[in-house]
Design a protein around this ligand. Sequence first.
Ligand code: UTP
Length: 297
Amino acid sequence: MRKKVTKAIFPVAGLGTRFLPATKSVPKEIMTLVDRPLVQYAIDEARAAGIKEFIFVTSRGKSALEDYFDHSPILENELRRKGKKDLLDVLKSTNMDSGAIAYIRQHKALGLGHAVWCARRLIGNEPFAVILPDDVIAAETPCLQQMVEAYAETGGNMVAAMEVPPERASAYGVLDVKEDMGSIVSVNGMVEKPKKEEAPSNLAVIGRYILAPSVLNNLNKMKTGAGGEIQLTDAIAADIGSESGVYGYRFRGQRFDCGSKSGFLQATVAFALARDDLRDDLSAYLRDIVQMDKAAE
Ligand code: UTP
């Protein structure tokens, strides 16, 4: 029997420079899509996939993240006293079990691979998930849950994969596909941020992974890769050809790159339009401004 995936690492120690000056004092992961911080979407997705232990790799200046997951008895009592049951339920749904969250510091932003490696002692010798909260995925079945189900068939290492146009490949890790089995592909190689003409396929890796503990051993030996950072892609690629192997998973859903301003804005609109309490107002407003734009042309 394959070991169940019950631990997830959330690497949130990056500097978030694309959102400066906001990220001078607000961690990127606390920024809100409508009324929920990015990190809440990530936690909800992990819970739906059966994750029980949530490991955050943080850094200096990210204490707002730790505060966010604290229970808030004063607020809860006040809402109870005022009979605001709906808000109380919203608040309670963010509560985490005692001891379910751990925080590890990455002392220097040496790259995603290094951030994951910082959590090695909390993972031990079992498979684990990695979720990047700035990749937000809208999906009927949450993406990590889809992956856990696919992983039950393959084992090994699994990365979420998405088709991208060739000119965008250089922004991602790209899969060299060995065998395409539909939603699952087996992988011959992975290239981090290839030049357009060197991309081995149009399948890009995005921020969801289920990894074998061997990847942590690979990270032990890692040197800096593309961009002078310790790359998670390189450590996963080192498992290709080993017993574990590497698979890509074409998830069903829409991914928003909330690490970029344009992706964040698109996600804000998409998530607001999906809400019954906001849809009518917002779509009327969007229609108006599009019409005004057309009239101005
Ligand atoms: P990004 O490449 O988006 O970098 O990291 P960043 O620092 O968050 O943002 P920019 O590019 O400066 O705007 C992808 C993910 O990896 C984490 C980030 O927190 C983010 O979730 N990360 C990256 C770390 O935890 N540590 C690192 O050293 C680098």
